[in-house]
Design a protein around this ligand. Structure first.
Ligand code: AGP
Length: 612
């Protein structure tokens, strides 16, 4: 998605903006630009990477202590220099950057053209700058009031930062459905799409809420209002994000670093939430609504992409362990299919970013209908974490790679804790099985460390399939969603087509695809369906498919009929996805690297899909 960085203070602003935009590259973008106020307005914007913007800006006077910057992921208008942000008003007084979509921009643009406004770009954003200019001129308003008036005319999602050449000591920010964070320094201020461009300078931040506008006046400080013009008292938080957490720390890619962080991040997801020896598990986020959750007639779990795969495993876990009926929904489908939602439903939204537009909208639909809403989110202060009635952070730390890895296992850890906690509270688990689950959870980080030692073997297997055009992933039970996740990982970063299937479904169609060129990745760690998986592998081999099997340590039977075999430690079936996914993450990573793909920022993808 688009990224925003802005600065006003007493330092050279341009270098701060450029470094901040580079911190936001993980969001995915296709053009970038900067506007600097130095008595006049100097704007440089280019299609392509931030480095190309720097080359273009090197020829300009970019000195000044106020600047705004933007990385654009095109929604309206081709990715090119003209459609890149920032955008100016017609009188070149105002410069503005925007993340989101203005849905009624066509009607606004038509009305402005009739008033004599001329537009340079095809973007919805430029319409906003001209609307602000029109209110300044017609109603003789200062920037803040003109922005307020304009935003009350806008339908859609926005996070904007805007400034006016005639008022160089002020920058204005505002948000609706797209995140915006204000950084408070020593008489210097930052505004950005998330905390990563800010944390190098200050850990004091304000997370703007929906339909709020912030006015930063150099020397006077920060003022926050609603777009209905009601003054608000901003809540200044101190965040403990460390800048090195954003660096690759010696790994070639963020994705590889985040795969190897999983023993630590899974431990963080469990920290303070269980103690196997003392026999307790606690999901504090449920405390205020525990009875309502325990007596839920149904739990609906919403998500997109990898988070939808986590949701599917959540269904298996909660029904298996807590015996509460669960439905899993693609958020994008749920929000539009006129679903039945009851007041005694509990809706769980799973989202790494906490900003996915479809998940947020589906959640808000459920909230409107009176369901209790629960968030399982990674990014602290994100929109979903603030819309839900309650929830649990997964504490996986910033996930920079577009392909979700540690967030996925963090989500599974929290879903496992929830299922065990609810099962314990509802007496659907025997004491012995309950304690066994707690010990099995606690032992996972060490077992993942062990699986990561197979990295070189997995890299070799990747080299053997890197030139294939298709791949099939098969799994049963808890490992069926893992097959889906493994396929998504491979296709989204290596652009090799892959599909995940329930293993038993193979004979209902996909088996027709199998030939000597088709690698079939079979997750065969289930203890309760082992013989069936064994015969699935034989079916693939009978058709000369290439079998890559994930088996439990010491399994010779499947290993001896596989072309390649990765052995992983044993755990209880409900927790097996947390282990069986690790080799699949590494396999997709190495295939993508061997195929020369941009692993951390795959083509066409964004880390957080904040528009529909
Ligand atoms: C997963 O690797 C993808 N990056 C994508 O499917 C992602 O899981 C999806 O967009 C949902 O994002 P969220 O978890 O931030 O809501």
């Amino acid at each position: 998605m688009c990224g925003i960085v802005a600065y006003i203070g007493n330092r050279e602003a341009y270098p701060i903006i450029i470094e901040g935009l580079k911190r936001l590259e993980y969001r995915g973008y296709d053009s970038a630009g900067v506007s600097v106020l130095n008595g006049k307005l100097t704007t440089v914007k280019k299609k392509g990477k931030v480095s190309e913007l720097e080359d273009a800006a090197a020829k300009e006077n970019m000195h000044g202590t106020v600047a705004i910057g933007h990385t654009r992921w095109a929604t309206h208008g081709e990715p090119d220099d003209v459609n890149a942000h920032p955008h100016h008003s017609g009188n070149n007084r105002i410069s503005l950057v925007h993340n989101g979509i203005i849905e009624n921009y066509s009607s606004l643009k038509k009305a402005l053209i009739e008033l004599g406004h001329e537009f340079k770009s095809e973007t919805d954003t430029e319409v906003l700058t001209h609307l602000i200019e029109e209110y300044q001129k017609r109603d003789n308003l200062d920037l803040e009031d003109a922005v307020l008036k304009a935003l009350n005319k806008v339908v859609g999602a926005y996070a904007i930062v805007v400034f006016d050449v005639n008022n160089p000591d002020v920058i204005i920010g505002a948000r609706k459905s797209s995140p915006l964070v204000v950084g408070i320094g020593d008489d210097e201020y930052f505004i950005a799409s998330d905390a990563s461009p800010i944390i190098k300078y200050t850990n004091k931040v304000i997370y703007l809420n929906d339909e709020e506008i912030v006015r930063i006046h150099r020397g006077e400080g920060v003022k926050v209002k609603t777009i209905a013009n009601e003054l608000k008292t901003p809540k200044i938080q101190e965040i403990d994000l460390k800048i090195e957490a954003l660096e690759k720390e010696g790994f070639d890619h963020f994705m590889l670093k985040e795969i190897f962080q999983q023993p630590e991040t899974i431990f963080e997801s469990m920290r303070g939430r269980l103690n196997a020896e003392l026999g307790w598990v606690k999901v504090g986020g449920m405390d205020d609504y525990l009875n309502r959750i325990l007596n839920a007639k149904r739990i609906i779990i919403l998500g997109c992409g990898t988070s939808w795969h986590s949701a599917l495993i959540g269904e298996y876990l909660i029904e298996d362990l807590a015996r509460i009926p669960v439905e899993v929904e693609y958020a994008s489908e749920f929000r539009y299919r006129n679903p039945i939602i009851n007041r005694d439903d509990v809706i769980i939204a799973v989202s790494q970013s906490g900003e996915t537009a479809d998940t947020l909208a589906a959640l808000e639909l459920g909230k409107e209908k009176g369901a209790l809403t629960y968030g399982i989110v990674n990014v602290v202060g994100s929109s979903i974490s603030r819309v839900t009635d309650c929830g649990s952070y997964i504490h996986a730390g910033p996930e920079i790679g577009v392909a979700s890895t540690k967030a996925f296992t963090g989500q599974l850890t929290v879903l496992s804790l929830i299922a065990i906690y609810l099962g314990y509270k509802r007496n659907t688990l025997s004491e012995a099985y309950y304690r066994q689950l707690l010990y099995a959870l606690e032992s996972l980080p060490a077992k993942i460390e062990k699986i990561l030692q197979s990295n070189d073997q997995i890299k070799y297997i990747a080299s053997e399939i890197q030139h294939c055009d298709n791949a099939l992933y098969l799994g049963r039970g808890y490992n069926f969603p893992v097959a889906l996740e493994g396929a998504l990982k491979l296709k989204e970063i290596s652009y090799l087509h892959a599909e995940g299937y329930p293993a038993a479904e193979m004979k209902h169609g996909p088996i027709a695809l199998i030939d000597v060129n088709m690698p079939v990745i079979v997750i065969a760690t289930n203890k309760n369906a082992y013989e069936k998986i064994h015969s699935n592998v034989q079916e693939v081999k009978a058709r000369k498919g290439i079998v890559i099997s994930i088996v439990l340590e010491g399994d010779q039977k499947i290993k001896e009929i596989s072309d390649y075999c990765i052995e992983i430690p044993e755990t209880m079936d409900p927790l097996s996805p947390l282990l069986s996914v690790i080799p699949l993450q590494l396999l997709s990573y190495h295939v993508a690297v061997l195929r020369g793909c941009d692993v951390d920022q795959p083509r066409n993808l964004a880390k957080s899909v904040t528009v529909e």
